[in-house]
Design a protein around this ligand. Structure first.
Ligand code: GTP
Ligand code: MG
Length: 259
């Protein structure tokens, strides 16, 4: 204690003044920690909201798939996957975009925090599902990129939509953004492998690899077109059903599993 007193005295500090300074620093640190914890809670709540928005959109696609199955005896959707962007990816994207680091800035600038990927059997199912989603009155289209009509130079194909969906929470309603990617099984096969390969840094002869991947994408696109052509040919071969045929067909599916 005496040692401390001597030290303060030797530095020329007034003890009363020193206490005030220490209190002020402690208060500042407390306020800072409180603000930081507040932001962390706000961030976590925002991620919960995006998760709920993703569920809403997923359910909409599941409903469309079930409706289609009951009417036409086939599922347009092969599978659906969802993901919430990782904190590291959100941070990296904000850095890349040069936007402020804050929870409000995520809402404003990062459109793909919630992502849903819908994998279809045929190309025409992609547009059918996109149109069916977009004509729903609670869905607002923010952006649309058709990488099927205009593939990326590397061969990437997919239909991308950024939409908002209203989500009803305990005491508020919020329009939340969701990125929707719709593609065929074949397009997904290519995109998944291309994505994996991109992260293998040791690839030599890069230009040749890029050309080979583009060639594969073209073969896959041609196959998608042919498969759709085959389905359409088969559909045309079937006789136009009479009213009785339609009734019997519907009755035969009366106990269809609609889960
Ligand atoms: P990001 O900042 O990466 O989200 O891209 P963006 O904002 O320019 O949007 P874009 O619609 O072009 O791409 C969004 C997403 O589509 C990506 O995050 C990927 O999931 C997918 N994607 C786009 N281009 C490619 C590609 O060349 N290869 C693969 N495998 N996926 C792609
Ligand atoms: Mg993205």
């Amino acid at each position: 204690m005496n040692e401390k007193k001597d030290f303060y005295d030797s530095m020329g500090f007034d003890r009363g003044q020193l206490m005030t300074l220490t209190d002020a620093a402690a208060n500042m640190m407390y306020e800072h920690s409180k603000k930081m914890l507040g932001s962390m809670i706000k961030y976590k709540e925002l991620m919960m909201m995006y998760t709920c928005a993703m569920k809403e959109i997923k359910t909409k696609f599941e409903v469309l798939d079930t409706d289609f199955k009951v009417r036409f005896s086939r599922n347009p959707i092969s599978s659906i996957s969802t993901r919430i962007k990782s904190t590291a990816s959100i941070t990296e994207k904000m850095h890349r975009l040069g936007v402020p680091f804050s929870v409000d800035s995520i809402v404003e600038n990062v459109h793909d925090v919630a992502g849903i990927r819908v994998i279809c059997s045929y190309i025409d199912d992609i547009y059918l599902l996109a149109d069916a989603l977009l004509k729903q009155e609670d869905i607002k289209l923010i952006a649309r990129k058709d990488y099927i009509a205009n593939p990326k130079p590397n061969g990437y194909r997919s239909l991308h939509l950024i939409v908002t969906v209203p989500v009803f929470f305990m005491d508020e309603k919020r329009d939340m953004k969701v990125e929707v990617q719709i593609r065929t099984i074949a397009m997904d096969f290519w995109a998944s492998l291309e994505h994996q390969l991109k992260y293998k840094q040791e690839i030599e002869n890069q230009q040749d690899i890029v050309m080979q991947l583009k060639a594969c994408a073209d073969v896959i696109a041609a196959t998608d077109e042919r498969m759709l052509g085959i389905r359409e040919q088969i559909e045309q071969m079937q006789d136009t059903p009479t009213e009785e045929d339609i009734m019997l067909e519907k009755l035969s599916k009366f106990d269809i599993n609609i889960n």
